[in-house]
Design a protein around this ligand. Structure first.
Ligand SMILES: Cc1cc2nc3c(=O)[nH]c(=O)nc-3n(C[C@H](O)[C@H](O)[C@H](O)COP(=O)(O)OP(=O)(O)OC[C@H]3O[C@@H](n4cnc5c(N)ncnc54)[C@H](O)[C@@H]3O)c2cc1C
Length: 404
């Protein structure tokens, strides 16, 4: 027990990418900052990507590891999205967010309040504002993003993904899943370190999709393109909830920020770029003595979240054929409308329009009832996946979904 007492202007609990960015920018803005994490120096595990235009101007180019000028989407046909996309450099991003002048405490917060944080070793931090950037809990049966990624040498990956190319959503029927099985798509991008990650991804299913199933599907896709693996390629797993709502205004609790604070996009599973872009809004609110939650979540942004949440519910009940039809409809929308769904924080008018048009253009007509939830609302709830395959899944247990 340390019994230490620490005071600060701003306390940030959790040093994932969003907490670290918040602590760094608060420090740069002249605030006295305390940041808390059980392992502050541990490298971040996932590979973070985003649209290049989402990143704030203050972030240096060194935070980006690789760029894709016009990523590809495969539905029934190939679409090139004329919007640069990038993979962030884990090392570069961290280096761009130094905390040299902040007080970094190594420890786990056991109580996080509006102005007071207690750590497991009895340290107590008091601050004018506390930000809670502790990330998300395990999803349980919530609507989930699940993915299994395999890191393949760029040379081997070339038949499917060449240098400067990227598959954002690949819905080609190559993953071996039948029409009566929950849908998933492939995401594959070069990471800028000589490897390409091939990641079969499922969005919106309650409780997610098991790793063994996603791995099997990834391997099927690679095999369909004649890509043979060495067998010792590293892999990564994703399994987190997509439906963490924005917090309500008020000063009775710490300010949730990042994935924990409603910034996890319900339909894409991305939160990092949006959070980085919102860091200065939060800090400016603190400087001006306003409630950061009000500035981060004006009515327009709440409306956007509400509509995206409906999109998430729709995603989670579609079949593969319906998903393809829906995405085919979506990717014929205007660039502003696509952006309104994929990334913009507050463009509610364009988002409303694109959601309406996507439903209206989804074909055949009767599938629209599934999309809006009038029919087959709980289509995949309780779906039983096949057992583990001892040959294909030698390292994966018969899991129900693996956390990070
Ligand atoms: C394989 C994979 C791929 C992904 N790809 C993308 C992508 O391309 N783009 C994207 O935007 N997102 C992606 N994500 C999601 C991404 O991980 C999250 O969006 C992001 O990590 C959220 O950042 P965060 O800082 O809010 O929370 P986290 O990264 O979860 O960080 C939370 C931090 O809080 C700390 N903490 C937890 N509890 C306590 C406590 N009690 N006291 C103190 N500290 C605590 C943790 O140690 C951790 O450092 C991916 C996720 C996975 C798993």
């Amino acid at each position: 027990m340390s019994g230490r007492r620490v005071r600060a202007d701003v306390c940030v609990v959790g040093l994932g990418p969003t907490g670290r960015a918040l602590a760094h920018r608060a420090m740069r803005a002249g605030f006295d900052v305390v940041a808390i994490d059980p392992r502050p120096e541990r490298p971040w595990v996932p590979t973070f990507s985003c649209w290049a235009d989402e990143l704030p101007d203050w972030l240096p180019d060194s935070a980006v590891a690789s760029r894709i000028a016009a990523p590809t989407v495969w539905t029934t046909s190939e679409h090139r999205i004329d919007r640069p996309y990038c993979v962030l450099s884990k090392h570069g991003l961290r280096a761009a967010l130094p905390l040299a002048e902040a007080t970094v405490l190594t420890g786990r917060a056991t109580a996080v309040g509006a102005r007071r944080v207690e750590l497991g070793d009895d340290t107590v931090v008091t601050a004018a504002v506390v930000f809670d950037a502790r990330g998300l809990p395990s999803p349980g049966s919530r609507r989930t993003a699940s993915a299994h990624g395999i890191f393949v040498d760029a040379e081997r990956a070339a038949p499917m993904v060449g240098e400067g190319e990227g598959l954002l959503l690949d819905w080609r029927p190559e993953n071996g899943a039948g029409p009566d099985e929950p849908p998933s798509f492939l995401y594959a991008v070069p990471l800028g370190d000589g490897t390409v990650v091939f990641e079969e991804t499922s969005l919106g299913l309650r409780g997610g999709m098991p790793q063994r199933e996603l791995r099997r599907r990834t391997l099927n896709r690679l095999a369909a393109h004649g890509i043979r693996l060495r067998g010792d390629e590293p892999s990564e797993a994703a399994h987190y909830p997509l439906d963490q709502p924005p917090p309500r205004p008020g000063s009775s609790m710490a300010v949730p920020f990042g994935a924990r604070g409603g910034m996890m996009h319900p339909c894409t599973g991305y939160s990092v770029a949006d959070s980085l872009a919102l860091v200065d809004t939060a800090i400016e609110a603190v400087r001006a003595g306003r409630d950061p939650i009000r500035d981060l979540w004006p009515l327009r942004a709440r409306l956007v979240y509400w509509m995206r949440e409906r999109g998430l519910w729709g995603l989670g009940r579609l079949t593969t054929a319906q998903s393809i039809s829906m995405f085919e409809a979506f990717f014929t929308a205007s660039p502003r409308q696509q952006r309104a769904l994929l990334s913009a924080h507050e463009d509610y008018a364009a988002l409303g329009a694109v959601l309406f048009l996507t439903v209206a253009r989804t074909w055949p007509f009767r599938w629209r009832f599934d999309l809006v939830g009038w029919t087959n609302r709980d289509r995949w709830v309780g779906y039983e996946y096949g057992p583990s395959d001892p040959v294909l899944d030698p390292v994966l247990p018969d899991d129900g979904g693996v956390g990070r």
